[in-house]
Design a binder for this molecule. Structure first.
Ligand code: ZN
Length: 277
């Protein structure tokens, strides 16, 4: 059943990158004033800050720190770079603890100088290496499958089926999957794979935005919910039927929207959230 009721804002989370021109302190204040209850922090928003104090500031604004974005980028033909990536992910787990969040999103990476199969093996090895750190810190890791247009250098995991399989193979309660409608909406197996994800308790996060036609930039032209062709309400009903009742995270990278008045953008996000999610 797809509900036509208006959403309250208790499940609305915004990624700091969505309002990138705002420093995190300003984003927190403005999200809270608008009634938003969750924030996902991009690592660059923490630059030069005391992470523990920043986490406290977010909580003081009555915001749940839903996740820290993003770890991953494990594959590389050069073994020393793979080691460096593992070290960096370990550091990120420490940062998640300081920030006070229980979830890290992994953009798993890919190296165009090797096969996708090799990259996937290195992703498996990379995540395996950090699972003990994640477990002792009690921080979960969400594998985010990315649209195949990013298979060259950002993610060798491109379908939710691949992410599900990887999470099942890694077999830790601390490893699951992030469902981002932008990356997955086109997949004919999406409903079944979301169900599989939920049945295995692997559904850790739900990211929303829209797919514009035409899309003018592979990375920085995401749309607001309702602006494109993604059946967001339908996919939301699938994740909820699969047992997910966490935050709906608005994650929009848009060079167009970053140029606008961010207070207006925030209003538009809330309007779109009521109407199209
Ligand atoms: Zn995402």
């Amino acid at each position: 059943m797809i509900s036509n009721q208006m959403n309250d804002l208790s499940k609305l989370c915004i990624h700091t990158i969505t309002t990138k021109p705002w420093e995190i302190e300003k984003a927190a204040k403005n999200y809270a004033a608008a009634g938003v209850k969750g924030i996902t922090v991009w690592r660059d928003a923490l630059k030069g800050r005391n992470i523990r104090e920043t986490g406290q500031l977010l909580r003081d604004n009555d915001l749940t720190v839903v996740s820290l974005c993003r770890g991953g980028f494990f594959p590389n033909r050069d073994p020393s770079k793979r080691e460096a990536a593992i070290d960096d992910n370990r550091k990120l787990i420490e940062e998640a603890v300081e920030l006070g969040t229980k979830l890290i999103v992994l953009v798993t990476g890919a190296d165009p100088n090797q096969s996708l199969e090799d990259s996937r093996e290195q992703i498996y090895e990379g995540i395996s290496a950090i699972i003990p750190d994640a477990e002792s810190a009690e921080v979960k890791l969400a594998i985010e499958p990315l649209h195949p247009m990013y298979a060259d250098s950002r993610s060798a995991i491109n379908t939710i089926a691949q992410a599900n399989q990887m999470a099942e193979d890694l077999n830790s309660p601390f490893v699951g999957v992030a469902v981002d409608v932008y990356h997955l909406w086109w997949d004919p197996d999406l409903e079944n794979e979301i169900k599989r994800c939920g049945e295995n308790n692997h559904l850790f996060a739900f990211h929303i935005c829209d797919w514009k036609t035409p899309t003018n930039d592979l990375l920085l032209d995401r749309g607001l919910m309702g602006e494109g062709c993604i059946p967001i309400k339908k996919i939301r009903s699938w994740v909820e039927n699969a047992g997910f009742h966490g935050f709906h995270e608005v994650e929009i990278f848009s060079s167009l929207y970053w140029k606008q008045d961010q207070s207006e953008l925030l209003k538009d996000i809330i309007h779109a959230y009521h109407k199209y999610v």
